[in-house]
Structure formats: structure tokens, C-alpha cells
Design a protein around this ligand. Structure first.
Ligand code: F0G
Length: 457
């Protein structure tokens, strides 16, 4: 595989369509914050200069994908676009049964509602929040088994997304027949976006085969995970990325996949399996909730864009640029004086607000204080992943997710400059207090109030 021998990262594409971004005055940003109750989810996108809230559905489609939209076949049943998607997905995943869905959580809902039952158990390296919610919705129990290093932002191990295999053995022994499914989330978004190694996937696969328990992937970021196996795991340096991804999928029995990430589409997802009996259940549930199995909640044109995006994200030049951009971003944040979670993953930089703002106790949400400060200083939108999102959380993080192929290095440099200014007066930042709290998933709609004048109100 060819190497990029230069210090400068270049975006491996040129720009054909532009989308202007809003630039606001500090006063306008302060007003927007006050209206939003210091909750960045309540901002209008027109009030955000650099939007790093998520990498989901926010990527830029290629000219090929935009072109393919016009060729989409909108037939209700047996659409040509479905055949295209099915052939690409079967080639990549190796599973015979491929179901399109409108996004990842639809696949999770179908899987959970058809194969789980009250009291059954799902084991995962770490459930993403929608996965956990769907498991719990049917009365099943989701158990997280991350390796201990995942909880230490300073630990530089290459595969902190791995599942703790000893803990897996104990859980299989403890829960016995109640374990209906084992999952690995590639990459582990909820704990820092760390990848899972091939060695770990093989070990988990072997345990599942021994215990006769089905093994699925949450494959939202399968391409980024494959890139880290290629660059960080011995024995894979000469492998093509696509071959690594195929080997990963060959070790499981199926997957849920939010194509809004490594599928590089604005909407879409997949549910796939090698089990004929599960496929029958999925098909029936799909018809009930999503649509006919050959379109699954999407338009034919969406299926075309997904078929192309699923393979574009495996391009080595693109993945090298993406991983280096995230690493460059993390390094810049650290040089700006903001501690980050190590090592950087593939889709986001996670800031350690707990370490930056030791004067703000967890009950006053240091992560939210940092996220608010980044917005006020430069219109940068991020998301708190700490005590506000997960009450009782051990870490107080802020996630800056990079949409795919969307922002340039200059945008990243700008965010680093904004962070420098915030870091210079970090000790003046006040904590926040919740003044309105919804009954569940409070981070989406809570209203907050600063506990001091530090935001310049
Ligand atoms: N699994 C993982 C690992 C995810 O990160 C997400 C979404 C989903 C499943 C659900 O997929 O959104 O298509 O329904 N993550 C987004 C994020 C929301 O910002 O990290 P979806």
C-alpha cells in the first residue's frame, strides 16, 4: 500500500459544491446561548459556525453519490437499487440476508424486539445509548464489558475498544442461557471512539461459538476500525482495508449498521445476518415498521448512495487523511492546553473537561461548561459526554466529532485557536445548574443557568 510521505495532510478530494457557514458576533452567540438555556442541542444550526455535534449523517457525499441519486429506482418492490445495495453489502459483510433500514437504531429496534425477551441478556464492549435503550425497551439487560484501560484517558494502549475477555467468560458463566446475543461496537463510541483489535474479535468469536451464542457487530464505524487494525495491529500492515473489514465480518453472525457514519450518507442503515430463522423474523418486523424489505424506510435513491458510500469509506487515502486529521486535531487541542483522551480514535476528539476544570464539581457539569465556552468563544458546537448526559459518569468529557469530508484543516486550526483562548481563562469558567429537567435523556432538552459571571453575561 502506498504511503503519504509528507508532513502536511491534504484532503484527498477537491470541492465542487459549497455550503456557506454562519459567522456570528460574540453578542449574537451569547443571546443564542441564553435563548437555548445553555444547551447546545437547542441552538439553531444557523447559529453555529463549526458544527462538531456529531459525525452522523453530516458527511459530504461524493459526486458519484450525488449522481447516483438520479438513477435510484423507486419501485415499491424488487427495486434495482436494492439489488445494487444487496450485492455490495453481501460482498462486504458476507451475510446472505441484507435489510435496509432508515438508520442504525431501526436495526437495533428490529433486532431487540425479535430475538430478545424480558430478562434476557446482551453483552457488549459498550452499548451505544440507542442500543441500550432498545435492549431495555423489551425488558432485556445490557451488560457492558470494556477493558479497564478504556476508562483511563491517559492510557495509550492501541485497542481500548476491546471487550474484556475474562469478563466475557464470567458473564457467560453467570448468565448462562439468558445470554441471547454478544455484540462488539466498532469503534467504541461511548467510551472514546477506540477501535477493537482483530485478536479481540477472534477471541470473542471463539467464545461465542463455544457457548453457542450469536455474535453481532454494531458496525457504524467498521471502516475506521479496519484502518486501525491495519495501522496498529501486527500482521495487518500489508492487508487491504476491505480485506480486513471482510475478515472482521466473517467472524460474526450479523450486524446492525448506521450508514450515517462510515456509509457516508445523510440517512440509512442496514441489518444483516447469516441466520435464516432470524432473517424471517427481521423481515416481518421490517414490513410492520419500516417498509417493504427491498426499501426498508428509505427511497431507492438513498439505497444507491449507500451502496457507493459503503465502499468509498474503505479507500486507504481517505482513511489515512481522516485518522491523521483526528490525530492532528487532538494534538492541537493538547498544545492549546486542553487535556484529551488518548490515543485519538477515528471520528472525534474527546476533551477531558474534568482535568481542565477541577474547580467545577461534577454536579455543576464541567463538560457542559467547556462546551458552552467553546461555543461562546468561536461558535463551535460540541457535545458533553459526562454527568449531564450520564448522571454519575466517571469521566467528564466533551466530544468534538468530525463530519466526514466536510471541514478542512483550516477549520480545524480555527477550532484549536478558539480552544487556546478558552484554555487561557479556564479557571474563570463557571459551572452550571439545571433549571428545567425532562424525565429522561435530559441532556437533549434540559435548560441550564451559569453559576457565576465567567461566560460574560
Ligand atoms: N451505534 C453507534 C456506535 C452509534 O454511534 C450510533 C449513533 C448508533 C448506533 C445509532 O445510529 O443514529 O443511525 O440511529 N451515533 C450518533 C452519534 C448519533 O452522534 O454518535 P443512528
Amino acid at each position: 500500500m502506498k504511503d503519504w510521505g509528507f508532513r502536511t495532510i491534504i484532503e484527498p478530494f477537491r470541492i465542487k459544491a459549497v455550503d456557506p457557514i454562519p459567522i456570528l458576533s460574540r453578542h449574537e452567540r451569547l443571546q443564542a446561548l441564553q435563548r437555548a438555556g445553555y444547551n447546545l442541542f437547542a441552538l439553531k444550526a444557523d447559529e453555529v459556525t463549526i458544527d462538531l455535534l456529531t459525525d452522523s449523517g453530516t458527511g459530504a457525499m461524493s459526486a458519484r453519490q450525488w449522481g447516483a441519486l438520479m438513477t435510484g429506482d423507486e419501485s415499491y418492490a424488487g427495486s434495482r437499487s436494492f439489488e445494487h445495495l444487496r450485492s455490495v453489502a453481501q460482498g462486504l459483510l458476507g451475510y446472505p440476508h441484507i435489510f435496509p433500514v432508515h438508520q442504525g437504531r431501526a436495526a437495533e429496534r428490529i433486532l431487540a424486539s425479535t430475538v430478545l425477551y424480558p430478562g434476557s441478556v446482551v453483552l457488549n464492549n459498550t452499548h451505544f445509548d440507542t442500543t441500550r435503550a432498545n435492549v431495555e425497551q423489551v425488558g432485556a439487560v445490557g451488560v457492558d464489558l470494556p477493558v479497564p484501560s478504556a476508562a483511563d484517558p491517559e492510557d495509550r494502549s492501541p485497542f481500548k475498544g476491546d471487550m474484556d475477555v475474562d469478563a466475557l467468560d464470567s458473564a457467560l458463566a453467570e448468565y448462562g442461557d439468558r445470554v441471547v446475543l454478544v455484540m462488539l461496537t466498532l469503534t467504541n463510541n461511548a467510551m472514546g471512539g477506540h477501535p477493537v483489535s482483530m485478536a479481540n474479535i477472534e477471541a470473542v468469536s471463539a467464545r461465542c461459538a463455544e457457548a453457542n451464542v450469536p455474535f453481532f457487530f454494531d458496525a457504524a464505524r467498521y471502516a475506521e476500525n479496519a484502518w486501525f487494525i491495519h495501522t496498529r495491529e501486527e500482521g495487518f500492515e500489508n492487508w487491504e482495508i476491505r480485506d480486513i473489514a471482510q475478515k472482521v465480518f466473517s467472524l460474526g453472525d450479523g450486524c446492525t449498521l448506521s450508514a450515517k457514519k462510515d456509509g457516508i450518507v445523510h440517512i440509512g442503515g442496514l441489518l444483516a445476518t447469516r441466520f435464516d430463522d432470524w432473517a424471517d423474523k427481521f423481515r416481518n418486523s421490517l414490513i410492520l415498521g419500516e417498509g417493504f424489505p427491498t426499501y426498508g424506510g428509505l427511497a431507492g435513491r438513498d439505497l444507491e448512495a449507500m451502496a457507493i458510500g459503503l465502499l468509498e469509506s474503505l479507500d486507504a487515502d481517505y482513511l489515512r487523511y481522516r485518522a491523521r486529521s483526528v490525530a492532528y486535531f487532538a494534538n492541537g487541542m493538547e498544545e492549546a492546553g486542553i487535556p484529551v483522551v488518548h490515543p485519538p480514535g477515528g471520528h472525534a476528539v474527546y476533551l477531558d473537561a474534568g482535568r481542565l476544570l477541577p474547580h467545577i464539581p461534577p454536579e455543576q457539569f464541567p463538560g457542559q461548561a467547556l462546551a458552552v465556552a467553546l461555543y461562546l468563544e468561536g461558535g463551535v458546537r460540541s457535545v458533553e459526554v459526562g454527568s449531564l448526559m450520564f448522571p454519575g459518569s466517571r469521566l467528564e468529557l466533551v466530544r468534538l466529532a468530525l463530519p466526514r469530508r466536510t471541514y478542512t484543516q483550516a477549520h480545524v486550526d480555527y477550532v484549536i485557536e478558539v480552544a487556546e483562548r478558552v484554555s487561557e481563562r479556564a479557571q474563570e469558567l463557571p459551572g452550571l445548574r439545571i433549571v428545567h429537567e425532562p424525565p429522561f435523556l435530559r441532556h437533549f432538552s434540559a435548560r441550564l443557568e451559569p453559576q457565576g459571571p465567567g461566560f460574560g453575561a
